[in-house]
Design a protein around this ligand. Structure first.
Ligand code: INI
Length: 156
């Protein structure tokens, strides 16, 4: 029996983090969580690039451009879409999820969905480093695990 499990380490890996400025109060906390998780798992500061976009809707397009550069081992997408803020919540969140997942399916590196979709600002804050953990931290952990898993599968 052979089991594959990606190690949760950022050693030797390069990460791109795309983060939305919309709801920056929340997304800034997701970014802090993601960077903290990477640095605590042996990623180096010089191997992390952070790219800000205006809103979550812009994340997939920017991710697609960055993927062309082929310099990262994983991309982490961070945003916060809050129902109360937008009458087109469903549209923004579904397009975003669809865009990121289609890139993730097409590309040879993991593209991680670290976007909070919440009904209220309070719920979003809960998931950005307060009551309910930090989705940015979780996204970075998934990015390291998946990048290492892809490498294991590639070598098998
Ligand atoms: N962008 C977000 O990241 N979160 C939101 O809650 C949001 N709302 O509420 O509208 C939002 N809108 C901006 C959107 O992502 C684009 O930046 C904008 O439509 C320009 O393309």
């Amino acid at each position: 029996m052979k089991t594959y499990k990606g190690k949760i380490t950022g050693k030797g890996l390069k990460f791109g983090i795309i983060v939305s400025r919309f709801n920056e109060f929340v997304t800034g906390k997701l970014l802090e969580g993601a960077v903290d998780a990477l640095l605590r798992h042996e990623a180096r500061e010089e191997d992390i690039e952070i790219i800000w976009v205006p809103g979550s809707f812009e994340i997939p397009a920017l991710a697609s451009r960055l993927l062309e550069e082929k310099k990262f081992n994983a991309l982490i997408c961070l945003g916060a879409v809050i129902r109360g803020d937008t009458p087109h919540f469903e549209l923004v969140s579904s397009q975003l999820a669809r865009g990121i997942s289609s890139l993730a399916l097409r590309e040879k590196i993991p593209v991680i969905f670290g976007v909070i979709t919440a009904d209220t600002l309070e719920q979003a804050i809960d998931r950005a480093g307060t009551k309910a953990g930090n989705r940015g931290w979780d996204a970075a952990i998934s990015a390291m695990e998946m990048a290492n898993l892809y490498e294991e599968i590639r070598k098998k």
